[in-house]
Design a protein around this ligand. Structure first.
Ligand SMILES: [Cu+2]
Length: 391
């Protein structure tokens, strides 16, 4: 749940900053020669991208074969090669084709993450590898068009909205399964299904401010509500499962939760998303993660906090990807910084997985928690700088 007061104060600050930083497009009059140089540079960047995409496809083809043969050792090695290859030319892609960059990342990242697991999910990998092959086809034939940064930004924001809608679909499906188990009184099954549903809510939490009272209804902690009798949502059921060890009287909360996430999905369809608000939401969420979520308060009964934290990071990364066109235009150093921070964070989170699931939050040492908090707060700071360039 996002705390309203901090967010609106923050929005006011952004407004002030963005008014100060009014556009100062530094066009100088060097003219032709400079433009020619730029074009030369562009065409060599395009060659680099095409070559990189072909090489990456060749490795990915080998991966598809290895997946067919269920050759785990090969799959692991190829997952790493694909990632190394991508890292070698991703900056050029991000620079020239920000939308395709995000598309490749969408499939490449899970392939790499899965390849580091002891028992990779081969079916999921195959689907991502097939999609990656297609995305790379698009990249090979992509033409640099003189699209305005503002048009690119609009498209990227639209892609972000598609991402949110996709997560909302999954949220409804996963919540339906979870609440069915609750209503059937099956404690063990409900415990298993709970984290699956949580992921999808926590991924879209950067824009929770726009959910109105559905956010507290779905995600409030007991201390967020004035009257504990009116407390509803995931954490109400979490308490029943892990603390009370009883699902007696919980059917009405299960029904309410499912109906609330359905309402949320409908609401998201009509939302108009603004990049400034998205970035502010991500920065506030990461800040809340660094300060309060990191204490384990959100999932205080189930201790699945790492599920939430990683989903918050993934969701914030999706916001970052939506504003890459603006960052490309205004602040490449910050873009690079964010890219590195997200990548490092993602790698860090992977180390907290065991058998494909995040470990219990209470298993983390104090140093590990401190490290996590620091990384989250640095990400939040980079996001707040991003907010300054949008306006
Ligand atoms: Cu939450």
């Amino acid at each position: 749940m996002l705390k309203k007061s901090t967010l609106s104060a923050f929005m006011a600050m952004i407004l002030a900053v963005s008014m100060l930083a009014a556009c100062n497009g530094d066009k100088n009059s060097a003219g032709q020669t400079k433009q020619e140089k730029t074009e030369q540079k562009a065409s060599s960047a395009n060659d680099e991208i095409k070559k990189g995409a072909s090489q990456m496809q060749a490795i990915n083809k080998q991966l598809l074969d290895a997946l067919e043969a269920k050759d785990t050792a090969k799959i692991k090695a190829l997952g790493k090669s694909i990632n190394d290859k991508w890292l070698s030319f991703e900056n050029a892609v991000r620079d020239r084709f920000p939308l395709l960059y995000t598309k490749v990342e969408k499939y490449e990242q899970p392939i790499f993450a899965e390849s580091t697991m002891a028992h990779p999910d081969l079916t999921g990998m195959r689907e991502n590898a097939r999609n990656l092959q297609q995305a790379l086809d698009e990249l090979k034939t992509a033409k640099a068009t003189a699209q305005k940064a503002s048009e690119l930004l609009d498209k990227a924001v639209k892609n972000y909205k598609d991402y949110v809608l996709e997560q909302a679909d999954h949220l409804v499906e996963a919540t339906a399964k979870f609440t069915a188990a609750v209503k059937a009184g099956d404690i063990e099954k409900a415990k298993q299904l709970y984290p699956d549903a949580r992921v999808y809510y926590e991924r879209i939490e950067p824009i929770a401010e726009s959910f109105g009272d559905l956010d507290p209804k779905i995600d409030a902690r007991i201390d967020d509500v004035d009257d504990p009798a009116k407390w509803t949502g995931f954490h109400r059921l979490e308490k029943a499962l892990w603390k009370d060890h009883s699902l007696k009287g919980q059917a009405k909360y299960a029904d309410q939760l499912l109906s609330d996430v359905k309402d949320l999905k409908a609401k998201i369809q009509t939302l108009k998303l603004k990049p400034e608000a998205m970035v502010a939401g991500a920065m506030e969420l990461l800040n809340e993660a660094a300060i309060s979520k990191v204490t384990g308060e959100e999932e205080r009964y189930s201790h699945i906090d790492l599920v939430d934290l990683s989903a918050n990071v993934e969701g914030s990364q999706a916001v970052y990807q939506a504003v890459i066109p603006a960052l490309n235009e205004h602040n490449k150093a910050l873009l690079q910084e964010l890219d590195t921070r997200f990548r490092k964070m993602e790698e860090k989170m992977l180390t907290y997985k065991s058998n494909g699931r995040y470990i219990d939050y209470t298993k983390l040492s104090k140093d590990q928690v401190r490290e996590l908090s620091q990384a989250l707060s640095e990400l939040s700071k980079s996001m707040s700088q991003t907010a300054e360039i949008l306006g």
